[in-house]
Design a protein. Structure first.
Length: 194
C-alpha cells in the first residue's frame, strides 16, 4: 500500500532521481540539514523497501497582500498573510506516467488543510521551478501571483475535498484521500477520484 510519511533514515534518498537536478540534489544532500534546523518538513511516498517514488516539502511562510488578485486583496486586513509553502515537489523518473505527481499534490493539499485547523494559513503557495511545473499546478487550479509564485486558497481546497474531510485525522494513507469526493472548485476532477 502506498502512503506518504515523514522522511526518515530508512528511505533511500541517494537513489532518488527526477527530471530536475536541483530537486534530486536537494533530497540527496540538503533536506536533512533543513529538517534538523526546523526550516522544512519533507514527506515521501515510499515502498516497503524504502524506495522513494516522490517527495514534497512544507514550511510556514507569509506573503504580502499586495501580490494577491484584486478581489482577494480587498478582503484581507493585514499586510503579511500566513500561508503554507509547498517548497518542492518531485517524482522519481522511473515512476513516470503512474499518477504519482497527482497523488503527491493531493496528499500535500490535504495535509496543508489539516494543519490549518491548528495554525491558521489561508493558502498553499508554491514556486514553480519552470514552465512545465507551472502548467502542472495550473491544471489543478493553482492561480498565478504577481511575484511568479502560484497559490490555491484553503477555502478552495476544503471545498474540493468536500464535507467528508476529517480534520482531526492526519492523511497517513493515500487511499483515505480519495474517498469518492468530487472536485468542486478546481479545474481537474480526477484529483479526487482515485
Ligand atoms: C511535475 C511532476 C511532479 C508531475 O508528476 P507526474 O507523476 O508526471 O504527474 P502525474 O502523472 O500524476 O500527472 C498528473 C496529471 O498532471 C498532468 N501533468 C503532469 N505534468 C504536467 C505538466 N508539466 N503540464 C501539464 N500537465 C501536467 C498529467 O498529464 C496528468 O494529467 P492526466 O491524468 O490528465 O494525463 C513531475 O513531472 C516531476 O517530478 N517533475 C520534476 C520536478 C518538478 O518540476 N516539480 C514541480 C515543481 S517544484
Amino acid at each position: 500500500m502506498l502512503h506518504t510519511v515523514a522522511l526518515d533514515p530508512s528511505h533511500k534518498r541517494a537513489l532518488f532521481s527526477c527530471q530536475e537536478q536541483s530537486l534530486t540534489d536537494y533530497l540527496r544532500k540538503q533536506v536533512g540539514q533543513d529538517i534538523k534546523r526546523k526550516v522544512t518538513l519533507c514527506f515521501v511516498l515510499a515502498d516497503a523497501n524504502g524506495t522513494i517514488q516522490g517527495y514534497y516539502t512544507f514550511s510556514a511562510y507569509s506573503i504580502d497582500r499586495a501580490i494577491l488578485p484584486e478581489k482577494l486583496k480587498k478582503k484581507m486586513a493585514y499586510k503579511n498573510l500566513p500561508v503554507t509553502l509547498l517548497g518542492r515537489l518531485a517524482r522519481d523518473s522511473q515512476f513516470k506516467g503512474q499518477g504519482i505527481g497527482e497523488l503527491l499534490l493531493a496528499d500535500a493539499l490535504k495535509r496543508a488543510n489539516h494543519a490549518s485547523s491548528e495554525i491558521a494559513s489561508f493558502a498553499v503557495v508554491t514556486d514553480p521551478i519552470n514552465e512545465n511545473a507551472k502548467r502542472f499546478y495550473e491544471s489543478f487550479g493553482f492561480i498565478n501571483l504577481e511575484s511568479g509564485r502560484m497559490f490555491i486558497t484553503m477555502d478552495t481546497i476544503k471545498a474540493s475535498f468536500g464535507l467528508q474531510i476529517k480534520l482531526n485525522s492526519a492523511p497517513e494513507r493515500l487511499i483515505d484521500l480519495f474517498g469518492g469526493n468530487l472536485l468542486n472548485n478546481c479545474s481537474r476532477r480526477s484529483l479526487w477520484r482515485r
